[in-house]
Design a binder for this molecule. Structure first.
Ligand code: ES4
Ligand code: ZN
Length: 320
């Protein structure tokens, strides 16, 4: 059976950097990696929490230097995504992780959009770009990043918030989210991955997010679950990520079935697939097998992914 058609709504493009491409780009750009081989690098993909993953994720970005690098990275992801049934992808990128290394934000955006603009024809995938702010950087840095991106806002659908969650609550980024909304962008934020339910409340009430990324920890707060269900706020779950970053012990423990039962609009996504052991359909089959989900439930999850997307009504309707 071919993989079920789906939308990918939680995907960090830098998290699609496979060891093979990392070594190829390192050679192309004369960047030295502190690993001797792809196998040795892959062996480092064992994480104890979010921060232990982020350390490697940021270190490997050193190989990304040119517009071509970003275009090649995105094109490689899109080819893999299509093979896993993805028809629409809303893709995060972390501009501050690149400008901090001396790259121009335009290099990043021009490279990514070159691959994304060709994706419909090359891979049969429609795309959107979501610019994330690093929450462990300052509010001023986020504002400066937003202003640096202003010339490119026609290519950007939404803003997001990622990186080390605990100690960096959504409230820190009120001003930049207000500016983004004023500019007509949609808003999402990682909340309730490692952070408490209070961070999800803040993302809703202070940032006005249209979707919550992860949000698994909402299940600790009944009033919050009721609110998310009543407002049909989408949650972009990433099951394999949750296991690899030890948010849960094993896939069979994932609260996804309880979340569906609670009436939440949940979707299944891959987060950083090069690091977490699977792309979009690997996450679908993973939860199917571990949680015993039936075909009807898988169809609901796929339908939810289009429903929760930023596609226009008419295009979305083709998939629903
Ligand atoms: C991330 Cl899994 C996760 N959480 C927060 N920030 C991130 N950036 C890339 N992957
Ligand atoms: Zn994420």
């Amino acid at each position: 059976m071919p993989p079920i058609p789906k939308a990918e709504l939680h995907l960090h493009i830098e998290g699609t950097l496979e060891p093979e491409l990392a070594f190829a780009l390192a050679a192309r750009n004369s960047v030295e990696l502190p690993y001797l081989s792809e196998a040795e690098l892959r062996a480092a993909y064992s994480f104890s929490d979010l921060q232990s993953f982020l350390d490697l994720y940021y270190a490997l970005m050193a190989v990304l230097r040119t517009e071509d690098d970003f275009a090649d990275l995105a094109d490689a992801y899109l080819a893999r995504a299509r093979a896993q049934g993805v028809r629409h992808a809303e893709i995060f990128f972390d501009p501050q992780a690149h400008t901090a290394r001396g790259l121009e934000i335009g290099t990043v955006i021009e490279g990514l959009t070159r691959a994304l603009d060709a994706a419909e024809e090359r891979h049969g995938i429609s795309t959107r770009l979501i610019m994330c702010f690093l929450r462990d950087e300052s509010a001023e840095s986020a504002l400066a990043t937003f202003e640096a991106a202003r010339p490119y806002l026609d290519r950007i659908a939404a803003v997001g918030l990622d990186s080390a969650e605990v100690g960096n609550p959504p409230s820190k980024f009120r001003e930049v989210y207000a500016r983004a909304r004023e500019a007509g962008l949609k808003c999402v934020a990682h909340a309730g991955e490692e952070g408490p339910p209070a961070y999800i409340w803040e993302a809703l009430d202070l940032l006005g997010v249209d979707r919550v990324d992860h949000g698994v920890r909402c299940m600790e707060d009944d009033a919050l679950v009721a609110r998310l269900a009543a407002e049909r706020t989408p949650l972009t779950l990433c099951p394999l990520s949750n296991v690899r970053l030890r948010v849960i012990d094993k896939l069979a423990d994932h609260p996804l079935p309880a979340m569906l039962d609670a009436g939440l609009l949940v979707t299944v996504n891959s987060d950083d697939p090069a690091y977490f052991g699977g792309y979009a359909d690997d996450n679908f089959t993973g939860v199917r097998d571990a949680l015993g989900l039936d075909d009807e439930t898988l169809r609901t999850l796929a339908r939810n992914s289009f429903h929760a997307s930023f596609l226009d009504e008419e295009t979305r309707a083709k998939y629903l």
